[in-house]
Design a protein around this ligand. Structure first.
Ligand SMILES: [Cu+2]
Length: 653
């Protein structure tokens, strides 16, 4: 009987989702008369620039995309965790190491949350950090180049979903989504309960370079960790993360992980634990993980395989880790700009729970506990509550803030964004989303200083919002104006992959630092050449190295003879241009990788293993001048035993 009830409950949930998803999107009121007025507010005239950058998670594409807001213009796709043929990322020799892991070369990743670096709790526009949910990794994107600068694997973890950046970018926090044996071992899945763990990893960030190193890992009970946010202002030094499956079920989680009335938000004092570790605390655990760095001077990435991590058992640092009960399979735990309120969103709850940091501090002081879970004290729910938002909607997921005393929460099941007041927890406004919204983003909405002008809702289901494109529709984002009392839907735009999260920032904090070229005189690539007279071809056994340049509109050399079947040919191609936005491309017939896309002043390397005798063309892939089409060359490939001498030329020289 109990099982029937469980299944009925899940069925009901499905019904809600179904009914929202099939709802009539032709909300005529959002069109027509309002349309021209709305169009004006998202219109960015040709040649003008957007007010904000939006960095969007690309989910299962493994990449991050950059949009201009309010226009919704796609500005760039930044390859991070997946190979990208457009840019040659993960295909050319210089970037292949970026995708190395302890599991070998992994060509794909599942990019979830993104966050911009902060100084004193405000966005500083230096870096965007993100993480990967499949083969656990964190990454840094440098906002002077908009390229991935570093990827660090998180060992002793599985999935990596809980992600936060502290107020001075001291730490990135990376929590395991899946409880696992820790350390990994061969054991029965049935014995999960009490034996699996939920490691939370703290990655220290170098304040000057953004460089990442694992500092320590807190070995939490075997729950699943979902979202995380840093304390700020008065709660600086703390972090909060939601857990689900506190039941520790190992099968049919849909039902079995929804049994407890309450799961937990972890409140963790990272400063205390960092101090403990700095003073020699913790236990070293065996681990192997890859640390990949891209050097913008050598234009080359390197992989370092590292060993061992420092782990911390929460019970060894009294007063550092607590559980806050929260109904019901929570997703978001969002901290308001003052750091006083922590908003918990139970996916299956009909209310929003708001906790008070002052009361949490008080409860800890008074040891006002409601028992413990695996020796971690559980704070008394009623005594840490700031308030409850009643009947806000169904299926709350994620909250951000406008800096004017308001909070905005997404509701997946009832498919809406709800605005409510932080002063009295009353709902102020609600607007539908199309459809089934997951996360939302307000530029700076996850910092002490939000820029509360726009809100972007990231929807899980698109259906009829766009012209149909077969069974697969791109995910849909929606831009709302939140500058007035009532929210107004302004724009729909499609996104790449599944946008799990996004982070926005005023363009003024980023654009002046954006590099226009790589300087040729700073190029330290091992195989660079700085002018055409240095170009050459060298043979070393069956390895052939071509030192090649590209400039409008030719390659030097453009013809090469003396290559043989069975050779391994390395094309090291330098773009001699020193003008903004003049990349050249390089492609070779029958190559098994991708093209090269080479920015001005950079060098990239492609490997080609010719398989067939003949005369084979190469060409520039990126339209660079009126005579781009003429930017080409040939490679003569002779049989393996031929005596054709190695030679190369430009204009017969
Ligand atoms: Cu070209």
């Amino acid at each position: 009987m109990k099982n029937i009830l469980k299944i009925a409950a899940v069925g009901l949930l499905g019904f809600f989702m179904q009914s929202c998803n099939n709802g009539d999107s032709n909300d005529k009121r959002s069109r027509g008369a309002m349309a021209s007025n709305v169009a004006e507010r998202v219109y960015v005239a040709p040649g003008d620039h957007d007010e904000f950058y939006g960095f969007f998670s690309g989910g299962f594409s493994g990449q991050m995309s950059v949009y201009g807001l309010p226009s919704g213009r796609l500005l760039k796709v930044i390859p991070v965790f997946s190979q990208d043929a457009e840019k040659g990322y993960g295909y050319n020799e210089g970037t292949i190491p970026m995708l190395n892991t302890s599991y070998g070369f992994v060509p794909w990743g599942d990019l979830h949350h993104v966050d911009i670096s902060q100084t004193n709790g405000e966005l500083d526009g230096r870096w965007v950090f993100t993480h990967e949910n499949n083969t656990p990794r964190v990454a840094r994107i440098d906002l002077n180049t908009f390229e991935t600068g570093e990827i660090l694997e998180i060992p002793n973890s599985a999935g990596n979903h809980s992600f936060a950046i502290t107020e001075n970018t001291e730490y990135l926090i990376a929590g395991t989504r899946f409880a696992i044996p820790s350390p990994q071992r061969d054991m029965s899945i049935d014995e999960m309960k009490g034996n699996f763990k939920g490691p939370l990893t703290f990655v220290k960030v170098d304040q000057e370079t953004g460089g990442m190193e694992i500092d320590f890992q807190v070995i939490m009970p075997g729950f699943n960790f979902d979202l995380a946010h840093p304390g700020r202002g008065k709660s600086h030094g703390w972090m909060f993360a939601t857990t689900y499956n506190s039941e520790e079920a190992s099968t049919l989680l849909e039902v079995n992980a929804s049994q407890n009335d309450k799961d937990f938000i972890v409140a963790l004092n990272w400063q205390k634990i960092a101090e403990y570790v700095a003073n020699g605390g913790g236990t070293k655990m065996d681990a192997e993980y890859a640390h990949n760095k891209f050097d913008h001077e050598t234009h080359t990435a390197t992989t370092e395989m590292k060993k061992g991590i420092m782990t911390v058992d929460p019970k060894d640092v009294p007063g550092a880790v607590f559980f806050m009960p929260i109904p019901k399979s929570p997703h978001g735990c969002d901290v308001d700009p003052t750091g006083e309120y922590i908003v918990g969103s139970g996916k299956l709850a009909a209310e929003l729970t708001v906790f008070s940091f002052d009361k949490i501090t008080q409860a800890i002081e008074n040891e006002d506990y409601d028992g413990d879970a695996y020796n971690i004290p559980i704070l008394n729910y009623d005594n840490i509550l700031a308030g409850i938002v009643r009947e806000p909607g169904l299926g709350p997921l994620h909250t951000e803030f406008d800096g004017k005393g308001n909070a905005y929460t997404t509701f997946f099941i009832s498919s809406e964004v709800v605005k409510w007041s932080l002063s009295d927890f009353q709902v102020i406004d609600r607007k539908p989303t199309y459809y089934s919204v997951g996360h939302l983003m307000i530029p700076g909405g996850n910092s002490q200083k939000p820029f509360g002008k726009y809100l972007v809702a990231m929807n899980k289901i698109t259906k009829d919002r766009y012209l149909p494109t077969g069974p697969e529709m791109n995910h849909s984002a929606q831009l709302y104006d939140i500058s007035g009392d009532k929210m107004e839907l302004l724009l729909d735009f499609p996104t790449i992959g599944e946008p799990h999260y996004a982070a926005g920032i005023p363009a003024d904090l980023v654009k002046q630092n954006s590099k226009k070229i790589y300087r040729l005189d700073e190029n330290k690539h091992k195989y660079k050449v700085t002018n055409e007279s240095e170009t050459r071809v060298e043979r070393n056994g069956n390895e052939v190295h071509v030192y090649m340049t590209m400039v409008r509109s030719h390659f030097a050399p453009d013809n090469i003879e003396g290559i043989k079947v069975g050779d391994k040919v390395f094309f090291h191609v330098t773009n001699l241009e020193q003008d903004f936005d003049v990349p050249h491309g390089f492609a070779m017939i029958g190559a098994n990788t991708a093209e090269l896309l080479v920015m001005p002043g950079a060098t990239k390397t492609m490997v080609w293993e010719p398989k067939k005798v003949g005369v084979w063309p190469l060409y520039c892939t990126d339209f660079c001048s009126a005579l781009h089409q003429e930017m080409q060359g040939y490679v003569r490939v002779s049989p393996a035993n031929s005596n054709v001498e190695l030679s190369w030329s430009l204009d017969g020289e």
